[in-house]
Write a protein that binds this ligand. Structure first.
Ligand SMILES: NC(=O)c1ccc[n+]([C@@H]2O[C@H](COP(=O)([O-])OP(=O)(O)OC[C@H]3O[C@@H](n4cnc5c(N)ncnc54)[C@H](OP(=O)(O)O)[C@@H]3O)[C@@H](O)[C@H]2O)c1
Length: 360
């Protein structure tokens, strides 16, 4: 790498989400880049864009970082390219949703721990030594706001992030007499592919998501300042952090359990049953009224026949209203089912009236 930029940042997980947003900021600032992830095409495409837009060079290392000694292999490839790393961003990470005892798969959990914990630790070990020898360098570790709270239904993920936060804070103390800084990034739920890949896209946690570009911007400033940690996203997230330090762990676990529940969607069966019931009431009303009219229609005068035909028309339009309400209910959820039921009740009342009138 022989461009105008003199410094190099290595970013794992640069192919999407927060890592990609961070890569854009480094490129804009003139850093050469070493981008690491499995999606080679995306990384190459980013490298091309960064060259065109900012004139910085990018080396791409395709690597599955959940493999044994993945970090050592990345380190060897960096050395083989004769590069040195000024800033290391340990961003690559995954989550996994489900009850630990009965739902989640151990092989996926093992690979998650490998990626989130072992690779991050080994990457730090390998590149930090050189930074300390040069007495210069920066590291950003992706922790999370759940580093400081338990997280039922993503128990192993949260535990890996607790490790990263604790590990980072210890290193900060060990490095306090050097020019090497380590920063922990603690984002709240952020709008990336993370929840989707973790199988948690349909949880309440995804109802309020932070913007990954904003998260990356806050992180970048904190990293450049050498801050020990950064909680992006303004007051709400900072308040959440403070509460997490003081509230009992049991309370936090209960709170997070609620957040990790599926979004409140009515069950399809329940919806179908209620709609069918409503439609049934409406239909019964029409049949009842129709029977009443038919009973008296045959023996009526021509004048009365016109009157009953008119009433039959009114009842049919009531039935149409019921049908429309039921259709809307199915489309928009349970709220309008209530309206459909009350319309059906009105049709029944009308039918009773007609029946009584026809027989009088
Ligand atoms: N989104 C959130 O709500 C949130 C909140 C707090 C913390 N975080 C943390 O932020 C970090 C980035 O996540 P994100 O939200 O940006 O999610 P994302 O969009 O899914 O990005 C994850 C990145 O990690 C890489 N990666 C995943 N598995 C990998 C593997 N086995 N080997 C190499 N690279 C791998 C992915 O690249 P490839 O698939 O191309 O390999 C991708 O670039 C993670 O550490 C996550 O725990 C996220």
């Amino acid at each position: 790498m022989t461009t105008k930029a003199s410094k190099t940042a290595l970013i794992t997980g640069a192919s999407s989400g927060i890592g990609q947003e961070l890569a854009k900021l480094f490129a804009k600032d003139g850093y050469n880049l070493i981008l690491v992830a499995r999606s080679t095409d995306v990384l190459n495409e980013l490298g091309g864009r960064f060259w065109d837009e900012y004139g910085v060079e990018t080396a791409v290392i395709t690597k599955d970082l959940s493999e044994e000694d993945a970090a050592q292999d990345v380190y060897n490839q960096v050395k083989a390219k004769n590069l040195s790393v000024d800033v290391l961003v340990n961003d690559a990470g995954v989550g996994l949703y489900g009850l630990f005892a009965t739902e989640t798969d151990w092989e996926r959990e093992k690979s998650l721990i490998h990626l989130n914990v072992l690779t991050t630790t080994q990457m730090t070990k390998l590149f930090l030594k050189e930074m300390v020898e040069r007495n210069e360098g920066k590291i950003l570790n992706l922790a999370s706001l759940v580093s400081i709270t338990p997280m039922p239904l993503m128990a192993v993920y949260a535990a890996t992030k607790a490790y990263i936060y604790n590990f980072t804070q210890s290193l900060i103390n060990e490095l306090k007499d050097t020019n090497v800084s380590v920063t922990a990034l603690l984002p709240n739920a952020t709008d990336t592919d993370f929840f989707n890949k973790a199988g948690a896209a349909n949880t309440k946690a995804t109802e309020n998501l932070d913007n990954p570009a904003t998260v990356a911007k806050d992180a970048y400033h904190a990293l450049m300042k050498g801050a020990s940690k950064v909680v992006p996203g303004g007051l709400v997230n900072k308040a959440y952090e403070v509460v997490s330090y003081v509230a009992p762990q049991e309370t936090l676990a209960g709170m997070m359990r609620k957040t990790m529940q599926p979004k409140a969607e009515p069950k399809t069966d329940e919806k179908d049953n209620k709609a069918a019931l409503t439609w049934g009431i409406g239909l019964a009303a029409v049949v009842l009224a129709g029977a009443a009219i038919a009973l008296v229609y045959a023996n009526s005068s021509e004048y009365d026949k016109v009157r009953y035909r008119y009433k039959a028309g009114k009842i049919k339009s009531g039935a149409d209203d019921v049908y429309d309400d039921v259709k809307d209910s199915l489309l928009s959820g349970l709220n309008s089912i209530k309206d459909a039921v009350s319309t059906a009740k009105e049709v029944v009342a009308k039918a009773k009236e007609t029946f009584a009138e026809a027989l009088s």
